[in-house]
Design a protein around this ligand. Structure first.
Ligand code: ATP
Ligand code: MG
Ligand code: MG
Ligand code: MG
Length: 439
């Protein structure tokens, strides 16, 4: 993409309404625009990152054997009356009447709808196990939307639902989700720690939240510092292997890590003192096992091997995709701007032309652009007339991992400058070598 043809409305000044760094940088980098409290347009740069996260979530869910579908944002209140949650859910649910006076709602989550889809179409244990998921906009009328996309009212969430014959199978689905979530966050360049949590209005016994440690997080967390040393890394995972998924779940949840809702001071004090940590965290996902809480009242049963009808065991599993955009920035930035992890960056490399209109510089930039594109990378070429300082400031703000700076003086010696956004280090290289390093 050439910047002169792109839409990147960067702001020079810090917007007064932004209290935390991710919100500030998302506004300044022209990623989002607020349309109403907690409701945002995703401008091209922000939309690109959101799509990247969405793709990673899809890939990792499908790798785990989970099947994508798409449910609508608007739901009929009747389904929620069946589960009893229409009255229970409270003020966070946006309730709407259609022209015929029917009660509708903008879905805050989809347990009822997916259970309805299941009961209409599945009747035998032979069709299990089954896990369906979608990535769709949700609405929760948060009392205090704040911190930009971190606590929006309309937000983008992956929610998946497993249907199993037995509790044991449903717990395997739980473990599968835990492992696939760990992979997902690691691919996004993030560490999200599974912590024992409280199940809230979803209900259920077993639940973990995934938390990214950050001072601006809204959750209070307590953990053994040794949990931050565990990584999934590039292990081979067989999602059908119950024992392997169980072992990974145990490995990641054995050490003390809890949110304030389930914090237990006595247990916490058993950790060696130098490893006890209390901190703040951002909730970027949560998994639940809740058994027959929805299948029973809504009649989602299957015929078991013995011919008897039994309600299915279920769980639901969410990832806050739009919140993650903010969480990644909270975890990865400096005083000049965002520092995108390679896996989620909106463009792979910036090209800065120090003297637009200089024949040699223009030609060298075009060549580098073509070479990067040819190897499948997505460069952003600043071909505007802006002075060098302004171009650098914009590149630092939008946080691409690499910048190639091209000017007539360097070109006389056959070199361009390659700069790493994360380390700030620059090296002079031939254009070909610079492209090779980025690729
Ligand atoms: P929170 O405790 O932050 O209110 P939650 O526990 O109510 O979140 P869940 O029902 O567990 O949320 O939804 C799954 C995920 O959706 C959360 O882990 C979070 O990442 C994301 N999420 C929830 N509410 C919001 C929101 N208002 N804005 C952006 N993302 C959200
Ligand atoms: Mg909430
Ligand atoms: Mg929560
Ligand atoms: Mg939650």
């Amino acid at each position: 993409m050439r910047l002169s043809r792109y839409f990147l409305p960067v702001l020079k000044e810090n917007p007064a309404e932004a209290q935390i760094v991710s919100h500030r940088y998302m506004l300044r980098a022209g990623m989002i625009k607020q349309q109403a409290a907690g409701i945002y347009s995703w401008l091209p740069l922000g939309f690109k990152v959101l799509r990247k996260l969405e793709n990673i979530v899809h890939e990792e869910q499908q790798r785990a054997g989970h099947i994508p579908l798409l449910m609508p944002t608007l739901q009929s209140a009747d389904l929620w009356r069946e589960s009893g949650r229409y009255d229970d859910y409270g003020e966070e649910m946006l309730r709407i009447k259609d022209r015929h006076g029917r009660d509708m709602l903008y879905g805050p989550t989809n347990e009822e709808m997916i259970t309805d889809i299941f009961r209409a179409n599945v009747s035998s244990y032979k069709d299990l196990p089954l896990t369906l998921y979608h990535i769709q906009w949700k609405f929760r009328d948060e009392i205090r939307p704040r911190f930009g996309v971190m606590r929006g009212r309309e937000f983008f969430m992956k929610d998946g639902y497993n249907f199993d014959l037995t509790k044991e199978d449903a717990l395997h689905a739980y473990n599968r989700h835990l492992v696939s979530y760990l992979r997902t966050y690691e691919r996004m360049g993030m560490q999200a720690i599974p912590m024992r949590a409280d199940s809230g209005p979803i209900g259920g016994d077993d639940t973990h939240e995934f938390l990214v440690l950050a001072d601006t997080g809204e959750s209070e967390v307590f953990y053994d510092s040794a949990v931050t040393d565990i990584r999934l890394g590039a292990r081979d995972i067989n999602y059908d292997d119950k024992a392997q998924c169980q072992a990974i779940m145990e490995e990641f949840t054995a050490l003390y890590a809890r949110t304030d809702e389930t914090h237990d001071e006595a247990l916490f004090n058993q950790i060696p003192e130098e490893r006890r940590r209390s901190a703040r965290g951002i909730e970027v996902g949560q998994i639940f096992y809740f058994g027959t809480k929805y299948s029973e009242p809504m009649g989602a049963t299957v015929q078991g091997p013995d011919g008897k009808q039994v309600p299915v065991h279920m769980g639901s599993h969410g990832i806050g995709v739009s919140r993650l955009v903010g969480a990644i920035i909270e975890a990865s930035h400096d005083d000049k701007g965002i520092i995108w992890p390679e896996g989620v960056t909106p463009f792979h490399c910036g090209i800065v032309n120090l003297k637009q209109g200089d024949e040699a510089a223009d030609a060298a930039c075009d060549k580098i652009y073509a070479a990067l594109t040819a190897v499948g990378l997505d460069p952003l070429y600043d071909d505007t007339q802006e002075r060098a300082g302004g171009k650098f400031a914009t590149m630092d703000l939008i946080g691409l991992p690499w910048r190639i700076t091209v000017g007539p003086r360097g070109l006389k010696n056959g070199v361009v400058e390659l700069t790493s956004r994360r380390s700030g280090e620059s090296v002079e290289l031939s254009p070909e070598e610079a492209v090779k390093k980025v690729a």
